[in-house]
Design a protein around this ligand. Structure first.
Ligand SMILES: NC(=O)c1ccc[n+]([C@@H]2O[C@H](COP(=O)([O-])OP(=O)(O)OC[C@H]3O[C@@H](n4cnc5c(N)ncnc54)[C@H](OP(=O)(O)O)[C@@H]3O)[C@@H](O)[C@H]2O)c1
Length: 323
């Protein structure tokens, strides 16, 4: 499918991806993991979208049996280590969407009915992050009337998770992070939002976070697993901890504790088509209000400055590339 890129989220850690410490990429390539786009042409065997449709590109290409790639980005599904088959997939589908036009695999594009008239496509480019957060939250089961904590809520994925949890009917959402100013901003979203500023002490943090029914870990790379384990400790009986962040530490889970408290520990990676449709419908209906998110835009002409800006932009703010 050929698309005209309307806007693409520039993740805060894109500079780290470019400098090469977030996993290998087939180079040279055009980066870009997701975008909002208008379809301009389709191959004869494409039936789920047509020229003129507005779509989201999730970049996730799944060959089954654990072989999944993100086109134009780091990160592999399955074991996360890749295979001869993911290498071949990345050779054929190499280029992402930080571009004016892109050629995309049909599996990566999901139609957004009604988005043709959405007034602000740049703002809508936050949708993929909302969907990743939503997939993680929904992996814990229904959220309505439950107490939810988001660990790393001061980041973009965490901020997205707070918005989705509120829109999905959580009784309370505890935003957890280091950055006081970002926590204060989240508190302004409404009376259901509580905040806890991380202290670094596991017991203190667990007491400050919980008790909660669901904890979503959206942290970036941390030197220890203490904040994640504080979230584990904060769970009520039957609670669930879902991991979606960039923490690459080993978690020490006491067997008897997990069993007796009947806890669930889940992982979640990217998002599925159904969740994309659900989150888009929440935005479209006004249930999830994107005006709470601060939008900064950049063009294609000065990549270095754009990456610097993205690195500095987090919390309930993000950078969109509008080519
Ligand atoms: N599972 C998936 O499908 C998926 C998809 C996309 C991204 N991710 C992962 O999600 C992670 C977060 O992405 P993002 O876009 O939200 O990034 P981001 O905006 O940079 O947020 C990073 C978050 O981690 C926190 N953090 C970083 N270092 C910390 C430390 N030493 N101690 C405590 N908190 C720390 C930051 O807190 P401060 O605000 O205090 O700095 C912030 O809340 C990334 O690492 C990425 O790998 C996963």
């Amino acid at each position: 499918m050929l698309v005209e890129v309307l806007a693409a989220h520039l993740p805060a850690y894109t500079k780290m991806v470019v400098t090469g410490n977030r996993g290998g990429l087939p180079v040279p390539l055009t980066l870009g993991p997701s975008c909002i786009a208008r379809v301009t042409d389709v191959a004869p065997d494409v039936f789920h979208v047509a020229p003129g449709d507005v779509v989201v590109d999730t970049s996730r290409l799944d060959a089954g049996d654990g072989d999944e790639i993100l086109v134009g980005w780091v990160g592999l599904g399955g074991t996360g280590t890749g295979s001869e088959r993911t290498d071949r997939m990345r050779t054929v589908w190499r280029d992402g969407v930080f571009a004016e036009r892109a050629l995309c695999a049909k599996e990566t594009l999901i139609k957004l009915p009604g988005a043709e008239t959405y007034p602000d496509p740049a703002r809508l480019s936050f949708l993929p992050w909302l969907c990743i957060a939503a997939s993680g939250l929904y992996a814990a089961g229904p959220l309505t009337g439950r107490d939810v904590a988001v660990i790393g809520a001061t980041g973009q994925l965490g901020g997205a998770a707070v918005l989705v949890a509120l829109a999905s009917g959580a009784a309370t959402v505890t935003a957890v992070g280091r950055n006081k100013a970002a926590l204060d901003r989240l508190a302004e979203l409404g009376p259901r939002v509580r905040t806890h500023q991380l202290t670094g002490d596991r017991a203190t943090d667990a007491a400050g976070i919980g008790p909660v029914d669901v904890a979503l870990d959206t942290l970036g790379a941390t030197p220890t697993a203490d904040a994640t384990m504080a979230a584990y400790d904060s769970l009520r009986r039957n609670g669930a901890l879902v991991l979606v962040g960039g923490v690459r530490q080993t978690l020490t889970i006491p067997y008897g504790d997990l069993m007796h408290r009947r806890l669930t520990l889940r992982g979640s990676w990217m998002s599925d088509d159904q969740t994309v449709t659900t989150v888009w419908n929440m935005i479209r209906s006004g249930l999830l209000d994107l005006s709470a998110v601060e939008l900064l835009t950049v063009g294609l002409d000065d990549p270095a400055t754009a990456l610097d800006l993205a690195e500095r932009t987090t919390g309930l703010a993000f950078v969109a590339l509008v080519p």
